[in-house]
Design a protein around this ligand. Structure first.
Ligand code: ADP
Ligand code: MG
Length: 283
């Protein structure tokens, strides 16, 4: 590409950069897009670029596939209850080791000396109680975040770092660690920081009327439409907590909330630096 062309392309992004400079953007990253090294590199490049133009990016991550692999390798049986990994003490040990140790530090280290990895355990960032539901189901140490102490994240941003946060929490009523759905962790931190934008990267195009048919992508929807879609069974599995987190983030004042395809390289930049949303936008 000629220098003129490169300059022209950069200048086209200027209005969007202006809109977001000095503002907070929370990106949740996990699932299969995390196993693919090329995609991982693209996510890291997007985050770094946004950081370098003055956007306050926070990267929240999960790591289900790595946790599954580590549980298998250490011979610890695991099972799922209503789509969530039942987390006993033995499983939690691996969850914490994998998320807070391996994945968190690997991602932070990729961010050019600007990444600081922390978990919800640091500075009591996330405080949780055991997750349950209307039927009183036991999920072990799967937690629901009941309190957020965002000071540590504020400080890091003020000092020019990129916080990389793993979705583990400290017990609000006991001293155990809790396994937190990373979408939930992202929405809680986005709400606490009054983020301008939250992007949940996933392994599908977005929310679809028929998950098997990409042409049924719902490009935008109002949070009031969500309960009906869940009742009709349109939204199921891991998409339920994901969409519920989007609803919560919108209600808590996060201006722009989207679910988008983490399998597309540079989808974060595509979303931020253009008018054309690429996934499902909530309002
Ligand atoms: P992540 O690792 O990104 O949190 P999840 O597996 O938890 O991914 O959630 C995304 C999954 O939700 C998709 O891979 C898809 O199988 C499922 N899903 C259920 N209903 C829908 C829907 N209506 N549209 C898109 N995906 C859906
Ligand atoms: Mg999920």
């Amino acid at each position: 590409m000629r220098p003129e062309e490169r300059a022209a392309i950069l200048i086209e992004g200027l209005p969007y950069i202006k809109e977001y400079a000095g503002k907070t953007v929370v990106v949740k990253y996990g699932g299969n897009a995390m196993i693919d090294e090329k995609l991982k590199q693209a996510v890291i490049e997007d985050v770094l670029l946004l950081h370098l133009v003055g956007i306050h990016v926070i990267l929240v991550h999960g790591g289900g596939p790595d946790i599954s692999r580590m549980l298998k390798e250490t011979g610890r049986p695991t099972h799922f209850v209503k789509g969530l990994r039942y987390t006993d003490e033995n499983v939690m040990e691996i969850v914490q080791m994998t998320l807070c140790g391996k994945i968190n530090k690997d991602l932070a280290a990729m961010l050019d000396g600007k990444g600081i990895g922390l978990s919800g355990l640091d500075g009591n960032l996330f405080m949780a109680v055991p997750h349950t539901d209307q039927e009183g189901t036991d999920y072990g140490q799967v937690g629901d975040i009941v309190h957020v102490n965002p000071e540590v994240v504020f400080r890091l941003i003020e000092d020019g770092y990129i916080p990389v946060i793993s979705s583990v929490a400290r017990g609000a009523e006991d001293d155990r660690s809790y396994n937190i759905n990373a979408d939930l962790a992202a929405s809680k931190i986005a709400a606490a920081l009054k983020a301008k934008k939250m992007i949940l990267l996933t392994d599908v195009k977005g929310l679809m009327r028929d998950p098997a048919d990409e042409s049924t992508l719902i490009e935008s929807l109002k949070v009031s439409q969500v309960p009906a879609l869940i009742n009709e069974g349109v939204i199921s599995g891991g998409m339920i907590p994901k969409v519920e987190c989007c609803v919560e983030a919108v209600r808590q004042g996060v201006q722009s909330v989207s679910i988008q395809d983490g399998r597309i390289p540079h989808s974060i930049l595509m979303e931020l630096l253009s008018d054309a949303g690429i996934g499902t936008m909530f309002s």
